[in-house]
Design a protein around this ligand. Structure first.
Ligand SMILES: Nc1ncnc2c1ncn2[C@@H]1O[C@H](COP(=O)(O)OP(=O)(O)OP(=O)(O)O)[C@@H](O)[C@H]1O
Length: 253
């Protein structure tokens, strides 16, 4: 039985503007398990990113509980939440936000040294991870502007993994990439998940969603469907693709 990393109880998120309240997440009970590659899908505006931000402590829930390995996020103040995110969460976004004036290696170290002050260990870890995602030594001194989109996003993934996050949160990480670059990024995510990294990823894209082993579908502010898909297996992809398409049709996607 896998360990629970995140558990929500009656999680609600409401936005208010101009006196109008928008209930985006309504009483969600979700359990995310260690080692899973969970995908969040749903139509545009259904609250996928809002859910990801709430689960990761980037934004506060309006009501309800979020427990991260048994610890309530609701009880943390903003400073404590920032420390929690730095120590336990990794983030990958569509926009990569590497620092333009720093080399590839320094971009990774800038995050890593915030947590592990031992430079020698952090440099070793950064280099191992860069090799793992296919960024070899001749690229370590390059600046972000000298990288392809896929390479930059793979550096972004290394930066997100440098502090050994319990969960990697990804919001449309391939949304701005061409097909070949997307595949290179997805292959990296599959690889790190196979090595045990828990991942939660928001996507609109079926091909991207197939990398997950569980699909949560958001509709009208609730989890409308929850599909166990089995781990990614290229050989079984036609069947998995069909299963996902049928599920999404049932969801009204
Ligand atoms: N900070 C905010 N203030 C007010 N409303 C917000 C805020 N963030 C999100 N919303 C609203 O909440 C709803 C859900 O937004 P969210 O970005 O979570 O949807 P999404 O499913 O990720 O959409 P998309 O697929 O288009 O990226 C939208 O109607 C959005 O306008």
């Amino acid at each position: 039985m896998s360990k629970t990393i995140i558990k929500t109880e009656k999680l609600c998120k409401t936005f208010s503007s101009g006196g109008i309240q928008q209930h985006v997440l309504k009483n969600l009970d979700i359990e995310l398990l260690e080692g899973d590659f969970t995908i969040i899908m749903g139509s545009s505006g259904s609250g996928k990113s809002t859910l990801l931000y709430a689960l990761s402590g980037m934004d506060k829930a309006t009501l309800g509980e979020i427990e991260f390995e048994g610890k309530s996020l609701a009880k943390l103040n903003n400073d404590q939440l920032a420390i929690f995110r730095r120590n336990h969460c990794g983030f990958v976004f569509q926009q990569i936000y590497l620092l333009d004036n720093m080399s590839v290696l320094d971009n990774v170290l800038a995050s890593g040294l915030l947590v592990n002050k031992n430079r020698r260990e952090t440099v070793k870890k950064a280099k191992e991870l860069l090799v793992k995602v296919g960024i070899d030594e001749k690229s370590w001194s390059k600046f972000p502007s000298q990288l392809s989109g896929g390479e930059a996003q793979r550096v972004g993934i290394v930066r997100a993994l440098i502090n050994n996050p319990r969960i990697l949160f990804a919001d449309e990480p391939t949304g701005a990439l061409n097909s070949a670059s997307s595949d290179s990024v997805l292959d990296v995510l599959t690889k790190v998940n196979r090595d045990g990294q828990s991942i939660v990823m928001v996507t609109h894209d079926i091909k991207t969603a197939l990398r997950g082993n569980r699909i949560l579908y958001l509709r009208d502010g609730v989890i409308y469907g929850d599909l166990p898909l089995g781990g990614y297996d290229e050989q079984k992809n036609p069947e998995r693709h069909e299963e996902l398409k049928v599920f999404l049709a049932e969801m009204g996607w």
